[in-house]
Design a protein around this ligand. Structure first.
Ligand SMILES: C[S@@+](CC[C@H](N)C(=O)[O-])C[C@H]1O[C@@H](n2cnc3c(N)ncnc32)[C@H](O)[C@@H]1O
Length: 459
């Protein structure tokens, strides 16, 4: 696209135009063009026309707001949530589920082509969620807390802002969370526990994290601007009566958007809760990573297992292993599995999980995967036949990819929640001569833009 100066843009702020969306992003913005200039219009579906006010212009693209939809799409559905679209949690609740899947898979396909140079003939297939699985599917949510009308209130941020939308019952969060949250808020109001204020850095309670696992397994972690809250023992008593198994306080005194601080201490009950995937039971501490959708994660791991093609003779590395979920899943079919993980509590969880599940062919290492794997893989004992990576959004560090390319494992499986960094990393690996063999998307986050992608490469 040719670069334009601000003055030469075909639209300007406050213009009112009738636009038609050619495409839809998975974050719920219709993609419109005016003389080759892209205008993203939130809430407009592909194929729809609307009267739109231009609200912002940048050199490469601008943003518009729907004033009136002129021709609605047949794929538009009535959102079944009273907070939508004010609450920024969901972005696609006004689109039929089948089209949500299509939209996500198409965007993954476009990004892999544009950033990664991976030209697939068509969008990857996608495994979706059944109608039943789409309700209250999240097992973990972090609710921000603010003062609203002088009262401590929890909810979700409005899209692209830190303005709190009070939410009493979220349609995708667990029913247990909706039951426990008002108890915590009432306790705080009665015991003088104030809400944290971002502007001043004053106030106590920043976020309420609730995680659920197997029936009756509930973990509450309060993110606090300080070492603790008043009347913690009473709070634990109240939570225990409500069925909570683990209560912890996370200290976060930084002026930052990062939710969790570095220190978490137990204020009541166990350090962890239990959650099962299939016949495996895992313990999960407050700060450890665990996929948020238990039904979806089974489908994801089944795909990883299928792509790994294990015969029982292989040495497998699970880099970024978290609490060892993928490691233990694969260990049943492999000779030996090694995991690397940076978060100490997750490694403790992983070791306990191996023991509790009677798995003795796994070993977990604490540290950076990009340091551990290159170091150990020099020893033939640790040389991998199969490597699985499931990194955070930022993707893999270059030294890890260099090691993968140098080791040439017979199978390399990349699990990603971020198509952009996945595409960047695949570009590097394919430039080193590796080939993308198979690719699948798994939807674990319906109504939102989130999508998991599993890619198998061979050397
Ligand atoms: C997306 S999670 C995947 C966890 C696990 N595979 C699962 O499915 O539950 C990414 C994990 O990588 C860990 N991590 C982040 N950076 C890391 C690094 N440089 N080396 C090793 N682990 C890292 C995080 O703590 C987190 O547990």
């Amino acid at each position: 696209m040719t670069k334009r100066t601000e003055q030469a843009l075909p639209v300007k702020k406050n213009d009112i135009l009738t636009l038609r969306a050619e495409d839809l992003t998975r974050e719920g913005a219709g993609v419109c063009r005016v003389d080759g200039y892209t205008v993203f219009v939130e809430g407009l579906l592909a194929g729809e026309s609307a009267r739109v006010r231009i609200v912002q212009t940048r050199k490469q693209y601008g943003f518009g707001k729907v004033l009136e939809i002129v021709s609605p799409s047949a794929d538009r559905v009535e959102p079944d949530c009273p907070y939508y679209p004010r609450c920024g949690g969901c972005t696609l609740r006004h689109l039929s589920y089948e089209k949500q899947l299509e939209t996500k898979a198409r965007e993954v396909w476009q990004i892999l082509g544009r950033i990664g140079g991976i030209r697939l003939p068509e969008p990857p297939p996608v495994i979706g969620m059944s109608e039943e699985e789409r309700i209250c599917y999240r097992n973990k949510t972090q609710y921000p807390v603010q003062n609203v009308d002088g009262e401590l209130t929890y909810g979700f941020y409005a899209r692209r802002s830190h303005r709190l939308i009070p939410v009493e019952q979220c349609r995708i969060d667990s029913e247990e969370a909706s039951r426990i949250l008002p108890l915590i808020a009432d306790f705080c109001r009665q015991h003088g526990i104030s809400a944290y204020e971002e502007e001043s850095g004053k106030g106590m309670l920043r976020h309420i994290l609730i995680r659920t696992g197997d029936p009756g397994e509930i973990l509450v972690c309060l993110v606090v601007n300080g070492n603790g809250i008043p009347d913690e023992p009473e709070m634990w008593q109240m939570l225990e009566q409500a069925g909570v198994k683990s209560f912890s306080i996370n200290r976060n005194t930084e002026r930052t958007n990062v939710i969790l601080g570095r220190k978490t201490r137990i204020a009541g009950g166990r350090e962890y809760i239990y959650a099962s995937i299939g016949e495996m039971r895992y313990r999960i501490s407050a700060g450890s990573f665990f996929q948020v959708n238990p039904a979806g994660v089974r489908k994801l791991y089944d795909k990883v297992l299928e792509y790994a093609q294990l015969s029982g003779k292989e040495v497998v590395w699970d880099a970024y292993c978290g609490i060892g979920t993928i490691s233990l899943f694969l260990a049943r079919k492999a000779r030996q599995v090694y995991g690397a993980e940076i978060f100490p509590a997750a490694v403790e969880d992983a070791r306990a999980n191996a023991k509790d599940n009677g798995t003795d062919n796994v070993e977990f290492f604490l540290g950076k995967a990009e340091e551990i794997l290159p170091e150990l893989a020099r020893d033939p004992k640790y040389k991998p036949d199969v490597i699985v990576v499931d990194p955070p959004r930022a993707g893999c560090e270059l030294p890890l990819l260099e090691t993968v390319a140098a080791l040439r494992p017979s199978r390399f499986i990349y699990v990603s929640c971020d198509p952009g960094t996945l595409a960047r990393d695949l570009k590097y690996l394919t430039e080193q001569g590796m080939q993308v063999e198979k690719i699948y998307c798994v939807d674990m986050f319906c109504f939102t833009g989130g999508i998991e992608t599993v890619v198998s490469l061979r050397s």
